[in-house]
Write a new protein. Structure first.
Length: 142
């Protein structure tokens, strides 16, 4: 009976220890390879692609974006669902993972881009836990 109690105590201790190692810590967000591509079809629109890397132990949520140099530009989060581009309210950046914003998948859409723009702009990304992050990105043409 004492042996059974000892094994039960070890098991409970192990379960409690493992549950305290969950992925509920803080996110650690970094951005690599940002690029904004202007559309050849609709000159006032563009798409931004980048890798949003989370080295932290907690997930984060991308909730929005804007452009510092052109505050009149509308920036939206988009994804592809059933082969169609749709507006989404947020995108998850998993703990110890990557949110890969790329063509044909999750990406940022920009509307109302001016005809003449600087060759580089500052995109502000808004995250639920990490707050805002300013990203310098080059302007390219599709």
């Amino acid at each position: 009976m004492n042996r059974l109690k000892g094994l039960l105590l070890i098991f409970v201790t192990l379960v409690v220890s493992l549950s305290s190692c969950s992925t509920s810590g803080p996110p650690d967000i970094k951005v690599k390879w940002p690029k904004l591509f202007r559309s050849n079809y609709s000159k006032d629109t563009g798409s931004a692609f980048m890798a949003i890397i989370n080295d932290g132990t907690g997930k984060d949520i991308l909730t929005g974006c804007s452009v510092i140099e052109y505050p009149e530009v509308s920036c939206e989060l988009h994804n592809i669902v059933n082969g169609r581009m749709v507006l989404v309210k947020q995108m998850e950046v998993p703990a110890k993972g990557i949110l890969d914003l790329k063509s044909g998948s999750s990406h940022l859409m920009f509307f109302g881009l001016p005809d003449k723009m600087k060759s580089e702009i500052t995109v502000v990304l808004r995250f639920r836990k990490s707050g805002t992050m300013k990203i310098k990105t080059k302007i390219k043409w599709f």
